[in-house]
Design a protein around this ligand. Structure first.
Ligand code: HEC
Length: 127
């Protein structure tokens, strides 16, 4: 039985090293703007207004932020209109769903769409 002790010690050390190196595997790149977009699950790097953002706004915002809508006075139908409101849009879509000021009013975008809009703004709002 005496020979078991060093083996046990060696095992304990081996496990300690393994669990330490395992902890180093966490992703370090937190600045990535790569997002999974849409139902197709395609990876979108550098979203643009035309390719990615317009359809999100059209589907979720223009019913109110367009002609005859509840907030037609703040239209969100063109690149110029949306980019001019970008910082306000960012604030509103990130509010908790229960907040009375969240946009779209009365709901919340999917996290995928919120990430896409934020990445678009961070990248300088390419058209
Ligand atoms: C059901 C109607 C409705 C929908 C859908 C909607 N909004 Fe709004 N939105 C409003 C109303 C009404 C206001 C004005 C009241 C307020 O500020 O909360 C407003 C205000 C805003 C404002 C503030 C504008 C300003 O100049 O003060 C922003 C920005 C905004 N909405 C963005 C969005 C975005 C982005 C979406 C889609 C993701 C969206 N809204 C969807 C009704 C809507």
């Amino acid at each position: 039985m005496k020979k078991l002790k060093p083996i046990c010690t060696a095992l304990v050390i081996a496990f300690a090293i393994m669990s330490c190196s395992g902890g180093d595997d966490s992703p370090t790149d937190t600045t990535t703007t790569t997002t999974t977009g849409g139902s197709g699950g395609t990876t979108v790097t550098n979203p643009t207004y035309t390719a990615n953002i317009k359809s999100i706004i059209d589907n979720n915002c223009v019913s109110c932020h367009g002609p005859g809508g509840e907030n037609a006075s703040v239209p969100l139908q063109t690149y110029a209109q949306v980019s001019a409101k970008a910082s306000l849009i960012k604030q509103r879509i990130e509010l908790p769903a229960a907040n009375a000021s969240v946009m779209p009013k009365g709901g919340k975008l999917s996290q995928t769409n919120i990430d896409l809009i934020n990445a678009w703004i961070t990248n300088g709002m390419p058209n």
